[in-house]
Design a protein around this ligand. Structure first.
Ligand code: FES
Ligand code: FES
Length: 481
C-alpha cells in the first residue's frame, strides 16, 4: 500500500499538515519552536518531571470512543501523532480570555509559585477530568505521580483541586460541591473544601462542567482512516515507518534488520538524547493489530507487544475483579508493581514489548515475567512463528536477548496462577513514585497440594548483575523443603 508522507494532526483545534515531519523531532520541540506555544515547559527532557505534559486524544472507530491520555511532550515523537488531537495548556484557557476552572482553582489556592511545573500540573488534572469528571481523591493524587513541583510542597495544589473530586468533604451530600455557589462556609469541617485559604473556605470555588469542553476534531472522526494509513517520514539521518499490517512489518524488519521498533519512545528517546544513540530506521508498531490485542484465555493473559502499561493495568484489574482470587495472584503482583513503574504519562505510552526487548538489568517487569514463566510469541519473515519461554536462558548479556535481529516480539502470555501458587513482586528505588529500580524481584512458589512443602519455586532478581538473573541454585535447594 502507498505510504503517506504528510503528517496530519490537530493542536488546540487547529489542523496541522506537515510535509517534512522530522523523525527526530519531539512534540515539545514542535510546539515551542514551530508553533510558538511555549506554555508547555522543558524541564528534564526525559519524561521525569511532567512540566511538558499535554493531552493527546484519539478516536477509535471500532469502539466509537475517544481516548484522552496525558503524555510527556518531551518524549513524544512528532511522527507518532498522525491522526491525533493535541491539547496544550494554551488550548484550555488563558488570562486574556477566561481561565479554565482547573487553572483558576490552582491560582485561588496559591498552587503555583515559580510556575514552571504549573502547565504540566494543569494538563494532568485536565486530562483526568476529561476521562473522569468526578474522580476520587486517591485517583487525583495518583494522577500526579509524574508531575514534580519544587516549590509548593503539593499541598495547595491538591487543596485547590479538591473542588473537582467527589470524596473530599465530610459534609457529604451537603457539601457545597453539590451547589453552584459555596454557602456552607460556617458548616464546613476541617477546612477540607476546595479553595480553602488560611482556614476559611473560599466562597467562589469552581466546579468542573464537562459539557463546556471543545469537541474532538470532527475531521479526524469522519476520516478515521487517517489514523490507519501506512506512513513514511524521513530526514537526512533517519526514516520513520509506520506499517499498518503484520506482513508489512515483517517485510520492513527483514529489509532493515537493525531497525529499532518504537511505541512510546520512553527508552529510545533517552538513548538518543543522553547517550547520543542514532537510529537510522525506526518502525512504529502502534498500528499492528496482533501487537495491540489483550485477551484472557485458558493459559492466561495474552498481551500484544505494543500494548501500553496503562492498558495492561486495566486488563489485569478487570481479571482480578472478575476471576477467583487464587487465579489472579500473578496479575495482582503485576498491578502492585505497575503502579510504581514510571508515571501516568509514561505508562500511557510505554509498551510491554519495549520493556522486554531492551532487556534492562534493572527492569521492573522482567523479574516478574521470568518468575511467572511468561512465554513470548515471536515472528520473522523467513522463519516459523515460535514460542519462547522467558527463563534463565532468555537473556544473554547486558541488554541482549536470545532473539535474532529479524525476530519481532508479537505478544507475551502471562499465566494465571493455580490454587497452590503464590506470587510476589518487589522493588527498591530511591523514591516511591516515578523512579527506576535499584533492585527488583519476582518470586513464585507452588506448594504440594494440601502441604507446606515446596513443589516448585522461581526467584528472579533485577539490579544484581548485567542481566536479570534467576537464583537457580537456591531454587533447586528449596524444592522439597
Ligand atoms: Fe520533564 Fe518532559 S520535560 S517530563
Ligand atoms: Fe515552582 Fe511548582 S511552582 S516548580
Amino acid at each position: 500500500m502507498e505510504k503517506q508522507t504528510t503528517l496530519v494532526f490537530f493542536v488546540n483545534g487547529q489542523k496541522i499538515q506537515e510535509n517534512n515531519a522530522d523523525p527526530d523531532e519531539t512534540l515539545l520541540q514542535y510546539l515551542r519552536n514551530r508553533l510558538h506555544l511555549t506554555g508547555s515547559k522543558l524541564g528534564c527532557g526525559e519524561g521525569g518531571c511532567g512540566s511538558c505534559t499535554v493531552m493527546v486524544s484519539r478516536y477509535d472507530n471500532i469502539t466509537d470512543k475517544i481516548f484522552h491520555l496525558s503524555v510527556n511532550a518531551c518524549l513524544a515523537p512528532i511522527c507518532s501523532l498522525h491522526g491525533m488531537a493535541v491539547t496544550t495548556v494554551e488550548g484550555i484557557g488563558s488570562t486574556k480570555t477566561r481561565l479554565h476552572p482547573v487553572q483558576q482553582q490552582l491560582a485561588n489556592a496559591h498552587g503555583t509559585q515559580c510556575g514552571f511545573c504549573t502547565p504540566g500540573i494543569v494538563m494532568s488534572m485536565y486530562t483526568l477530568l476529561r476521562n473522569n469528571p468526578r474522580p476520587t481523591q486517591k485517583e487525583m493524587e495518583s494522577y500526579f505521580d509524574g508531575n514534580l513541583c519544587r516549590c509548593t510542597g503539593y499541598r495547595p495544589i491538591l487543596q485547590g483541586f479538591k473542588s473537582f473530586i467527589k470524596d473530599a468533604c465530610p459534609m457529604g451530600a451537603n457539601c457545597c460541591q453539590n451547589k453552584s455557589v459555596c454557602n456552607e462556609v460556617k458548616n464546613c469541617e476541617n477546612g477540607l473544601l476546595n479553595g480553602e485559604v488560611n482556614g476559611t473556605c473560599n466562597d467562589n470555588h469552581l466546579l468542573y462542567d464537562p459539557s463546556q469542553e471543545p469537541i474532538f476534531p470532527p475531521e479526524l472522526k469522519l476520516n478515521a482512516h487517517i489514523y490507519n494509513t501506512p506512513l513514511k517520514f524521513c530526514n537526512s539521518q533517519s526514516t520513520w515507518f509506520r506499517p499498518t499490517s503484520l506482513n508489512e512489518l515483517l517485510e520492513l524488519k527483514k529489509l532493515y534488520p537493525s531497525a529499532r521498533l518504537i511505541v512510546g519512545n520512553t527508552e529510545l528517546g533517552i538513548e538518543k538524547k543522553f547517550k547520543n544513540a542514532e537510529f537510522p530506521v525506526l518502525i512504529c508498531t502502534t498500528h499492528i493489530e496482533a501487537m495491540n490485542e489483550v485477551r484472557l484465555d485458558e493459559r492466561g493473559l495474552v498481551i500484544g507487544a505494543s500494548v501500553t502499561l496503562s492498558r495492561i493495568q486495566e486488563a489485569m484489574q478487570s481479571a482480578v475483579d472478575s476471576l477467583p482470587e487464587w487465579k489472579t495472584r500473578i496479575f495482582a503482583a503485576f498491578l502492585d508493581m505497575l503502579q510504581w513503574f514510571g508515571s501516568h504519562q509514561i505508562r500511557n505510552v510505554a509498551a510491554i514489548g519495549g520493556n522486554i526487548m531492551t532487556a534492562s538489568p534493572i527492569s521492573d517487569l522482567i523479574p516478574l515475567l521470568m518468575a511467572a514463566g511468561a512465554e513470548l510469541y515471536v515472528m520473522s519473515k523467513d522463519n516459523k512463528p515460535r514460542h519462547v519461554k522467558m527463563d534463565h536462558s532468555f537473556l544473554k548479556g547486558y541488554r541482549k536477548t536470545d532473539l535474532n535481529p529479524e525476530a519481532i516480539l508479537i505478544s507475551v502470555n502471562v499465566p494465571c496462577s493455580n490454587e497452590q501458587e503464590h506470587f510476589y513482586g518487589y522493588k527498591v528505588a530511591n523514591r516511591k513514585d516515578d523512579d527506576i529500580s535499584i533492585v527488583s524481584a519476582g518470586l513464585d512458589v507452588q506448594f504440594q497440594k494440601g502441604t507446606d512443602v515446596i513443589e516448585n519455586i522461581s526467584c528472579a532478581y533485577g539490579g544484581m548483575a548485567e542481566t536479570t538473573v534467576m537464583a537457580l541454585k537456591t531454587m533447586a535447594a528449596l524444592v522439597g523443603r
